[in-house]
Design a protein around this ligand. Structure first.
Ligand code: MN
Length: 130
């Protein structure tokens, strides 16, 4: 497993700390961003290997952030994993439509969280994954 540089866009401080802690403990580099606009700026500046994107963000939600990331040629190729606390039917499809390659539901489970993320680093995401 390669050490990955992961941009973490999450407004909730507790979730941000937990995700950062879990990822760093497994050797990954984490760049935290508390808002969508900061995340967009950092995505271009730090060129992450992966973006973890909270969907429930103030001002600019995760769908808009995903669309903006995919509209910019400088960040278009970076895979996005959407993280959402809504377990509504259709959410996964909505995230995919906005450009996210992966989808993860909150709450964060410390024992499986990093494995889920690393799955997206190992192989290109597939639409037909169960
Ligand atoms: Mn949030």
């Amino acid at each position: 497993m390669l050490r990955a540089r992961i941009l973490l866009i999450e407004d909730n401080e507790q979730n941000r700390y937990l995700a950062q802690f879990l990822l760093e403990r497994r050797g990954h580099e984490v760049i935290p961003a508390a808002t969508g606009p900061i995340g967009l700026e950092l995505a271009v500046r730090v060129q992450p290997d992966l973006i973890l994107l909270d969907i429930q963000l103030p001002c600019m939600d995760g769908y808009d952030v995903a669309r903006a990331l995919k509209a910019d040629p400088r960040s278009r190729s970076v895979p996005i994993i959407a993280v959402t606390s809504y377990a509504m039917p259709g959410d996964r499809e909505k995230c995919a439509e906005a450009g996210a390659e992966g989808y993860l539901e909150k709450p964060i489970h410390p024992e499986t969280f990093v494995d889920e993320i690393e799955r997206h680093l190992r192989s290109p995401p597939r639409q037909d994954d169960p």
